[in-house]
Design a protein around this ligand. Structure first.
Ligand SMILES: Nc1ncnc2c1ncn2[C@@H]1O[C@H](COP(=O)(O)OP(=O)(O)OP(=O)(O)O)[C@@H](O)[C@H]1O
Ligand SMILES: [Mg+2]
Length: 445
């Protein structure tokens, strides 16, 4: 029997207008995976994720370890739908499909997976997984015979050259909620846990991150790196080092300090010099070098926050349960600021991570009040067409009405650490545990 190998484009064109899932599976999926660079022995159908079967899993052959035979260490998951399932971004079926691929990506047998794709052969979307975090790597793109080759080529380019780093902007419009403290201690704990970390002080007005680590301010070099085409941001790095007596070694993470020159310039001149994409583009090399890039943003929606949010894959939003403004500002970021930036970026990022409560003691009646406020915020947002539920209550489902919100407790040794210029997690066992919990809750698999 002779097998005619047809192109992906021809495969797409051959699909009937109302192709259901089995047809998409039989006549489109393997062409798609081949166009993404996978051979037939690199693809396994109906792969058991440990939490349901995904339509296809794939991984390149390493030496003589062919994925089809060993089924070990999958790299990419593909969830297929028929054309009867509407995958345009505003459709309910799209939301359900996104939830499904996220569930598979986080399933026990998929720890090594870095990419997830959903498609019904009319739309396609790529998701990236970094540790525990899943974020879009493309928008949900319409595909047809005219654009399929270029769309798939751009997806292939991403999956063959994954950025090493997850870039996190720590942002809330409300001041004093713990953005800087979170950035410093997360950088410190992730370093302790063996990750390579870059922390950026992008709040030049306050310079708190730089001074809490006792590092010198930059006097124009960050400004220069951001505004001159041929100056690398790396040239402005300052290592923060802390000796580990027991191991006679040291921990080290890198810091881009606050730059005095960035506040000496008038805002309208800065706006001309710094484009929304400036920090993002300047971080290109760093994305290949670090595991985590953390950006401390100022408490406003002006030039530095905007560039920080644009540079990020995800936004971490500290709040206080007893500060309504911090909760309302979180909602404002989710409804307005982050979508505004998303619409300027090609890849559908950044997305908000669920909020957490930082640095306040909380009694059960206070928690009840906070939940009432949050419920009002979610209801109002719903009327405006936004579904914020999962950003406040990530564990909530119809089956299990779980209102868990992660909490970093109020703790004097966290507040006091800035005076010693050493992150609290390196000085204090409890602080160490609090931030390890935060890292595990949000980032680590
Ligand atoms: N978990 C905590 N326990 C005790 N104190 C905390 C905690 N988190 C933050 N703080 C203290 O709260 C104050 C505000 O924190 P931080 O400077 O990190 O907030 P911020 O959001 O960066 O503020 P700004 O908006 O001014 O940049 C600091 O004095 C800090 O030490
Ligand atoms: Mg701050």
């Amino acid at each position: 029997m002779s097998v005619t190998i047809i192109s992906l484009r021809e495969a797409l064109q051959s699909l009937p207008e109302n192709a259901q899932e089995p047809v998409v599976n039989d006549f489109f999926a393997s062409h798609l995976l081949r166009a993404l660079g996978f051979q037939s022995e690199e693809i396994y159908p109906e792969y058991n994720t440990g939490d349901g079967a995904v339509d296809k899993a794939a991984r390149k052959t390493i030496d003589d370890d062919a994925f089809l035979h060993t089924k070990s260490n999958p790299y990419l998951l593909l969830e297929l739908k028929g054309r009867d399932i509407n995958l345009s971004e505003d459709a309910a079926q799209y939301q359900t499909t996104v939830k499904q691929i996220k569930r598979y990506l986080l399933a026990p047998n998929c720890k090594t997976v870095q990419w997830g794709i959903i498609t019904n052969s009319c739309h396609i979307q790529l998701f990236r997984k970094h540790g525990k975090v899943i974020h879009p790597a493309t928008k949900c793109l319409p595909i047809d015979a005219n654009n399929i080759d270029s769309v798939i080529a751009s997806i292939r380019q991403k999956i063959e050259n994954p950025a090493k780093a997850l870039t996190i902007a720590v942002y809330n419009n409300k001041g004093g909620v713990g953005k800087t403290t979170t950035t410093v201690n997360l950088a410190a704990i992730l370093t302790f846990l063996g990750k390579k970390v870059l922390a950026i002080d992008f709040d030049p007005n306050q310079q708190d991150l730089t001074s809490s680590l006792g590092l010198p301010l930059s006097k124009g070099s960050v400004f220069e790196a951001l505004t001159e085409r041929d100056v690398e941001l790396q040239s402005t790095l300052h290592p923060y080092k802390i000796p580990l007596k027991k191991l006679s070694s040291e921990l080290r993470f890198d810091v881009i300090p606050a730059d005095q020159k960035l506040i000496d310039e008038p805002e309208n001149r800065l706006r001309n010099l710094l484009k929304l994409h400036t920090l993002y583009r300047k971080l290109e090399l760093s994305r290949q070098e670090y595991d985590y890039i953390l950006i401390d943003a100022p408490p406003n929606w002006r030039v530095f926050s905007q560039l920080a949010v644009y540079a990020a894959d995800v936004i971490l939003i500290p709040t206080k349960h007893n500060n309504l403004f911090s909760l309302e500002n979180a909602a404002m970021a989710m409804k307005k600021f982050i979508p505004e930036v998303q619409s300027q970026k090609a890849d559908g990022s950044p997305i908000p991570l669920p909020i957490f409560f930082n640095g306040e003691k909380m009694t059960p009646p206070q928690l009840a009040v906070a939940q009432q406020e949050i419920s009002n915020i979610i209801k109002t947002a719903k009327k405006e067409g936004f579904d914020l539920l999962s950003y406040f209550y990530p564990k909530y489902s119809n089956a299990k009405k779980d209102l868990h919100i992660h909490e970093v407790p109020s703790y004097a040794n966290i507040a006091g650490a800035a005076f010693s210029r050493i992150p609290a997690v390196y000085r204090d066992r409890s602080a160490h545990e609090y931030y390890k919990d935060l890292a595990q809750e949000y980032f680590l698999q």
